[in-house]
Design a protein around this ligand. Structure first.
Ligand code: C2O
Ligand code: CU
Length: 496
């Protein structure tokens, strides 16, 4: 049974965590008053929810059973863990302002939780084990219930151990009836790196990373520096890269008519892989980053880090076209075909020229005026230094691993600037729970895209600003699952 990492200054009472069967070690001897922190059950959390809640808002119910499941990978049956027996998990879809009531049934042999990635939800429903809830024990249940305030492309996954590197993830779409569509069809595209049942287990990968610094463990292609990422994007060469759980030997087909405008909602659910995405013969008009609208930008290709989402609209030509997600800096790709007419299907190794065409740059994205944060000087600034090394597989924020972290303190109502500084040679997609910050780009006079996950390149540095309007205790971490597990996580902590 995995231990759930819990920081010394964790919020949840030790008694709760102990009852949940956590290995707390020295932590239990450190009494924690918690007097200053706005905890998950603080009145302010309920008040923030009440402000989001519409009178008579419909409640959408869903049951998600996390359990062992068999899936077919191009004719090979592999056993994994999944929600409701399917990978990706069932599409959860509702309208902005509605309430999601999701019951998690844990039929795994170890504790789990669900985190609703990107949703500005009430803190006690955030799924952070030992922080916002006790993990759900095997055989146990937990019902998540919260208002979903903003339209967009989100996703859900466990927040325990290496569970995300199995099949436990699913898309969460929130519609805004008032949002102008501008498209005829849509397609959810969930990308993943896959080893479960076909290569080493996630636990074996983690051990090898720790023991050998990843050197030579992952076949010929491991640890290639990616020019596009400016360094090492990931250390693990996965046996397979999947698009909607299909390997390139058995690619899914997206059917449409020529001239139709297709909205792609792309989610990177991979544990350790960034992808470069392009559609052969087409340009992508990027309309949303991490769910929220941007001023549209048209490019040939885009890079999507772990945890990120991009929505893009394409106007389809006549024929059959490869939608390729290249595993950036690795060997392999995920693949689908978009087909509007009869015609030969390209090979599984097809590499459309668009992949090397004009690439989306973070600095050129602007938040759509509907979602841009009003300009305001930050009330406080926290440095978030990302460091560590591939050789010892110890990854830190501000020099500390999560078990020893010093939370970043904020107060409700403040504008908070996080200065993200990567002092390592690897890429870190940094994710904050419960908020969409605004990337500060020089060219945009500050008004970069709203996002909840952002790639920080090796030795790169920039600021993101957030409106501290969602009280609670929120995880801030690298969405490289193996970095997160190796300590690269801290807390944005609201204080009274
Ligand atoms: Cu998608 Cu804390 O994670
Ligand atoms: Cu990282």
């Amino acid at each position: 049974m995995p231990t759930v990492p819990v920081p010394r200054r964790r919020f949840l009472a030790a008694a709760t965590a102990t009852a949940a069967g956590l290995a707390l070690g020295a932590c239990t001897s450190k009494p924690h008053t918690g007097a200053r922190e706005v905890g998950p059950s603080a009145p302010a959390v309920g008040q923030a929810e009440a402000r989001r809640r519409r009178q008579g808002a419909p409640i959408r119910e869903v049951v998600l059973a996390a359990a062992p499941a068999s899936i077919d990978l191009a004719g090979r049956t592999v056993t994994t863990w999944a929600y409701n027996g399917v990978v990706p998990g069932p599409l959860v879809r509702l309208r902005a302002g509605e309430v999601l009531r999701a019951r998690l049934d844990n039929r795994l042999g170890e504790p789990t939780t669900i985190h609703w990635h990107g949703v500005a939800l009430r803190n006690d429903m955030d799924g952070a084990p030992g922080m916002t809830q006790a993990p759900v024990e095997p055989g146990g249940r937990f019902t998540y219930q919260f208002t979903v305030p903003d339209a967009g492309t989100y996703w859900f996954h466990p927040h325990v151990g290496l569970q995300l590197d199995r099949g436990l993830y699913g898309p969460l779409l929130v519609d805004d009836p008032a949002e102008p569509g501008g498209y005829d069809r849509e397609q959810v595209v969930v990308l993943d790196d896959w080893t479960d049942g076909v290569g080493p287990s996630p636990e074996q990968l983690q051990e090898r990373l720790a023991a050998q610094g990843g050197m030579g463990m992952m076949g010929q292609g491991g640890q290639d520096a990616s020019q596009v990422l400016g360094g090492v994007g990931g250390q693990i060469d996965y046996p397979l890269y999947l698009l909607n759980a299909r390997p390139p030997a058995d690619p899914p087909t997206i059917r449409a008519r020529p001239g139709q405008r297709l909205r792609l909602r792309v989610v990177n659910a991979a544990a350790e892989t960034a992808f470069r995405l392009a559609l052969g013969g087409h340009r992508l008009t990027v309309t949303h980053s991490d769910g929220l609208p941007v001023v549209p930008v048209t490019v040939d290709a885009l890079v999507i880090g772990m945890g990120e989402r991009y929505d893009a609209v394409v106007t389809l030509s006549d024929g059959a076209f490869p939608l390729v997600a290249l595993a950036e800096g690795k060997q392999g790709q995920a693949l689908a075909f978009v087909r509007t007419a009869a015609g030969a299907r390209p090979a599984a190794t097809v590499r459309p020229g668009e992949l090397d065409g004009r690439l989306l740059a973070l600095g050129e994205l602007r938040a759509h005026p509907r979602v841009a944060l009003p300009a305001r000087r930050p009330d406080r600034t926290h440095r978030v230094v990302l460091s560590g090394g591939m050789m010892d597989a110890r990854w830190t924020i501000n020099g500390r691993t999560f078990d020893d972290t010093v939370p970043l303190e904020v107060r409700q109502g403040e504008r908070v600037r996080l200065l993200l500084a990567n002092q390592s040679m690897m890429v870190h997609p940094v994710h904050l729970h419960g908020h969409s910050f605004q990337v500060q780009t020089r060219a945009g006079g500050g008004a970069g895209p709203r996002k909840d996950t952002v790639i920080v390149r090796p030795m790169g540095q920039f600021a993101v600003d957030l409106a501290a309007d969602n009280p609670g205790q929120w995880m801030l971490h690298c969405h490289n699952l193996y970095h997160q597990q190796a300590g690269m996580m801290t807390i944005v902590s609201y204080l009274n």
